[in-house]
Design a protein around this ligand. Structure first.
Ligand SMILES: [Zn+2]
Length: 214
């Protein structure tokens, strides 16, 4: 009886579960990707989505539906497995040059800092550099329209100073979500003024165009 209980407890401990929905795992390979149910619900293209406006960007998928719900959850410390799986999928969808260096966009909120850009950059398993500081506390971008966002962000970033010997030529900014791109453009401007070359931005979700043309 005791042995049977131990065996049962062991199956509970080692039984693999989906890293996204925590449901039972019934597939032959190890659970390093979403279960079939989550894959069907998320409908993420394996090659990701890409675009050139307002700067060159690569994302895992559109910021809507199930991916949006999931990205709102993965800031919680208990959802780190789900975040790791999403970042791995993002990593698999990217084709970056070997010279690429990732620069996470820091958040300005003092109390509720968004940990995602740094965690995404770390999880992409490529060189990273913390070149950006965000010394000025701006207004929340959330309620501002596109031109107000750009004005709000002037001077919002400071980049590590220009040094021709260490200036990077292939910086990829990293953020969790790309909406109007005002934040990314302000970050790019600060980096370029400091002598670095910015190739584009990597993010998990790209807000569909109809939702950010205000
Ligand atoms: Zn699942």
């Amino acid at each position: 009886m005791h042995r049977a209980f131990l065996a049962f407890a062991q199956t509970l401990l080692i039984e693999p579960r989906c890293p996204i929905c925590d449901g039972p795992w019934q597939e032959p390979q190890a659970p390093t990707s979403p279960c079939r149910h989550c894959r069907d619900a998320l409908q993420l293209p394996p090659e990701g989505i890409k675009g050139l406006e307002p700067l060159h960007w690569c994302a895992l998928g559109p910021y809507e539906g199930r991916l949006r719900q999931l990205l709102l959850k993965v800031r919680q410390p208990t959802k780190q497995k789900a975040l790791s799986v999403l970042v791995q999928m993002l990593s698999d969808s990217l084709s970056l040059p070997s010279t690429a260096v990732l620069v996470p966009i820091p958040s300005w909120k003092r109390q509720r800092t968004n940990p995602l850009p740094q965690r995404i950059a770390n999880g992409l398993d490529r060189p990273t550099a913390d070149l950006l500081q965000r010394p000025r506390v701006g207004l929340s971008q959330h309620h501002l329209n596109r031109s107000q966002r750009q004005t709000n962000l002037i001077g919002a970033f400071r980049a590590s100073p220009h040094n021709p010997a260490t200036a990077l030529t292939s910086v990829w900014l990293v953020d969790d979500i790309l909406t109007t791109g005002a934040t990314a453009l302000a970050a790019r401007q600060a980096l370029e003024e400091a002598g670095h070359g910015v190739a584009g931005l990597i993010c998990l979700g790209r807000t569909p165009a109809r939702q950010h043309r205000r």
